[in-house]
Design a binder for this molecule. Structure first.
Ligand code: PEP
Ligand code: MN
Length: 337
């Protein structure tokens, strides 16, 4: 359930509500909004029904949350969450564009790509060091060496870095190097992994699973937030359907759906959705029109020789012209880049 405090509630009154929730064996999650504080009580609500929370001073309303996901729901927090990544906001008025290669392949290619995406206006750099490949014979990533190159690229360009985690045992090393930790589509329902990243103090980019519903994705986000980490960015990257012409089928309606159901920021990855570079431009603009807070785009200086996902990677020049159109789109949408 959620307990909505009155705008003038004092800290002592808020603390009293928290004490009551804890005494009933539930976990309080406090969200301080601009106008008022809201407290989510997670656990067996039956224990709380005995206590008339609504009678406590400072309490305005006590509401049940009807949705299966609670802390990530719009009911829990009406305002949009802006995830702060070293000063870069994801989820606010500004459209956040994340760009970079699918995988970190070498120091030189990463630094060259980082410089070009930064010049074009990207605000975060992506690059996988631990790669979830369908075939065990495909390039699996440079692992820690790749993380070191990402850190170097961040130091040189100032772009915070996004990189993927595949195993809970890598949480410590990823926490050390990454600014945003990505949980990929294949691990969206790896619940041990979700709990592990939920205990980190670091933004998490959670990608929709290949066959996951919107509700599944939001419940996975709930795993992370309920373990203590409120900084989750949701990512639509296409799903599997009977249509196989594109690599995955972009579910554009998922964008307004998730913005309606949840306060978390929503971004779209047109590269993994389309599987081909020549559709990235149109899907990106459509995603912004649908209300996405950002995009994650694969960029590679030499896609033909890429070790991973070359066909769906933009060359730096094409990425720069896409950024120009994103700028125009932002004006139309009343947003900024
Ligand atoms: C990626 O972003 O590199 C990736 C592997 O994406 P997904 O998990 O969406 O397939
Ligand atoms: Mn990829």
């Amino acid at each position: 359930m959620i307990i909505v405090l009155k705008p003038e509630a004092t800290q002592a009154e808020i603390d009293q509500v928290i004490d009551r929730i804890e005494a009933a064996g539930l976990k309080p999650h406090v969200s301080k909004g601009v106008e008022r504080t809201v407290i989510g009580a997670i656990g067996d609500e039956a224990a709380l029904r005995e206590i008339p929370l609504a009678m406590l001073p400072g309490v305005d309303q006590v509401l049940p949350i009807m949705k299966p996901f609670k802390l990530v729901s719009r009911e829990f927090r009406r305002e949009d969450t802006v995830v702060d990544v070293r000063g870069v906001g994801v989820g606010g008025k500004k459209i956040a564009v994340i760009a970079g290669p699918c995988a970190v392949e070498s120091r030189e290619m990463l630094l060259a790509t980082a410089r070009s995406v930064k010049d074009a206006g990207a605000v975060l750099l992506r690059g996988g060091a631990f790669k979830p490949r369908t075939s065990p014979y495909s390039f699996q990533g440079l692992e820690e060496e790749g993380l070191r190159y990402l850190a170097e690229a961040r130091d040189e360009t100032g772009l915070p870095v996004v990189t993927e985690i595949m195993d809970p045992r890598d949480a410590e090393i990823l926490d050390r190097y990454a600014d945003v930790i990505q949980v990929g589509a294949r691990n969206m329902q790896n619940f041990r992994l979700l709990k592990e990243v939920g205990m980190l103090n670091k933004p998490i980019l959670l990608k929709r699973g290949l066959s996951a519903t919107i509700k599944d994705l939001l419940l996975s986000a709930e795993y992370i937030v309920s373990n203590g980490n409120p900084n989750v960015i949701l990512c639509e990257r296409g799903i599997r359907t009977f249509e196989t012409f594109t690599r995955n089928m972009i579910d554009m309606a998922a964008v307004p759906s998730m913005k309606d159901l949840s306060h978390l920021p929503v971004i779209v990855d047109p590269s993994h959705a389309a599987g081909r570079w020549d559709f990235i431009h149109s899907i990106s603009l459509a995603a912004l029109a649908a209300g996405a807070d950002g995009l994650m785009i694969e960029v590679h200086p030499d896609p033909e020789n890429a070790l991973c996902d070359g066909p769906q990677s933009l060359m730096p020049g094409r990425f720069a012209s896409l950024m120009e159109d994103i700028g125009k789109m932002a004006v139309f949408l009343g947003r900024e880049v």
